[in-house]
Design a protein around this ligand. Structure first.
Ligand code: ADP
Ligand code: ASP
Ligand code: MG
Length: 412
């Protein structure tokens, strides 16, 4: 059997934890299985590197950001490999570049294009454990790229896909996927399984437990993911193709995201091509835009609002300023003091009125909705940042998520 195991930052935060991970890996290897391990940087290393960088400059070239951030994972693979060797298994550590994880050119949020299996297969055939640095790859120029925060999950799934692994396990500091972040709502319920589609929405809407791109790849290649704790041997949550969408709870999870910034453009001329010019300019700078709203026209003018991430805000404002004359809007503002709360559930498709129930729960808390978007299986609202915890708790309660049986019966 070939197993891919990914250990997140908290699982390797300290020397003792690294040794514990090593024991778990060696157990698997000595059972006669081939093992590929993906690790993240230790604890808060990536955040610490960013803090350090900000003390040096406010304007770092993105190529150098990747050069810096990729070092965290390199420490982990070396230390874990040493600990594994001590326990008697043969082992080799490999960087993304050494494995042959090829990405596009987009520094700080690169996409994996191709993964070579050659080196890993040679090592596995020699009965070595292969320990790979998560979160990083190389582009066409052989420059180091990173996959976006939380990207080690994606490395693990990409390796599981190309190696046709039997299992892909994601070890983290919670024992599975919950109905919402258990750090915010301690009554959250653990899910035994969840569909790729719902997990993809939750992850994209801020549920940090999996990197969205990892879920996308798992779905594309049909790889079930087992999300579980690295602290004991309890079973976690299986992310897989939904066997039965019809019987899914109306709402299966609540997510929140603080990495949101709102930009508003005022008095934008109402004529064809305006939205094209604005959003083409943003996409040319690889700025991710999420929600977009346009107000009703008055005096041949509109207001256009959209959201982006905090990380992209500065670049987005520079881009907007550069096209102001060409597009002819009068002014613009931005607001970082916002957050996004969302509900997700495959059962929404067959239950009208779920969005209204969400708005009711938030209105009861006197929370103002600044923007709203919906899709078949989710509803998201932008609210004031300070109201996030209250909003998440109210939504979790409204849809009975502390009791999965009651959640399944919601709206019946
Ligand atoms: P790792 O370092 O292992 O990659 P992360 O911090 O990226 O771990 O992700 C795990 C964290 O995700 C948990 O500690 C939890 O607070 C958070 N989280 C957010 N939403 C959820 C959810 N729906 N289910 C479980 N954990 C969640
Ligand atoms: N170390 C990186 C981060 O903190 C990647 C990861 O942990 O998945 O975002
Ligand atoms: Mg993570």
């Amino acid at each position: 059997m070939l197993v891919v195991k990914k250990f997140g930052g908290s699982s390797v935060a300290e020397p003792e934890r690294i040794k514990r991970v090593a024991r778990r890996v060696v157990e698997e290897h000595q059972r006669g299985n081939q093992v590929v391990v993906v690790v993240s940087a230790m604890g808060d290393t990536t955040d610490d590197l960013i803090t350090l960088m900000k003390k040096v400059t406010n304007n770092p070239p993105e190529r150098e950001v990747d050069m810096l951030l990729s070092t965290g994972e390199q420490i982990s693979i070396a230390l874990l490999s040493m600990a594994i060797r001590d326990l008697g298994s043969d082992v080799v550590s490999l960087t993304g570049g050494q494995v042959g994880i090829e990405t596009d050119e987009v520094h700080t949020k690169a996409k994996i294009l191709k993964v070579s299996t050659e080196r890993m297969k040679v090592e596995l055939e020699q009965n070595r454990v292969v320990v790979v640095a998560g979160f990083q790859g190389i582009n066409n120029n052989k420059d180091i790229t990173t996959l976006g925060r939380g990207g080690s999950d994606t490395t693990a799934v990409a390796l599981a896909a190309v190696l046709k692994a039997d299992v892909c396990e994601i070890f983290t500091d919670v024992d599975g996927v919950y109905t919402t972040d258990p750090r915010v709502v301690p009554e959250a319920s653990k899910l035994t399984n969840i569909s790729y589609d719902e997990m993809l929405e939750l992850a994209s809407l801020g549920a940090q437990v999996l990197h969205p791109r990892s879920v996308e790849l798992a779905k594309q290649y049909g790889i079930p993911l087992h999300v579980r704790t690295s602290f004991d041997h309890r079973e976690g949550t299986i992310v897989e193709e939904a066997p039965d969408m019809e019987n899914a709870p109306v709402v299966s999870g609540v997510a929140h995201d603080f990495n949101v910034a709102k930009i508003g453009l005022f008095d934008v001329p109402d004529k064809p091509g305006v939205a094209k010019t604005i959003f083409k300019a943003l996409s040319a700078h690889n700025i991710n835009v999420d929600m977009i709203i346009q107000s009703a026209m008055r005096n041949n003018m509109n207001d256009i609002g959209f959201t982006t991430t905090h990380d992209d805000l500065r670049k987005a404002l520079l881009t907007i300023e550069a096209i102001q004359q060409e597009v002819g809007f009068k002014g613009y503002t931005h607001d970082e003091d916002v957050a996004k709360v969302s509900i997700v559930g495959a059962g929404m498709i067959s239950h009208p009125g779920v969005a209204a129930d969400m708005f009711e729960a938030l209105a009861d808390e006197e929370i103002n909705l600044e923007m709203i978007t919906t899709s078949e299986i989710k509803v998201s609202c932008v609210i004031k940042r300070s109201e996030t915890e209250r909003a998440v708790k109210a939504l979790h309660k409204k849809f009975c998520l502390d009791d999965l049986e009651a959640a399944r019966n919601y709206g019946q």
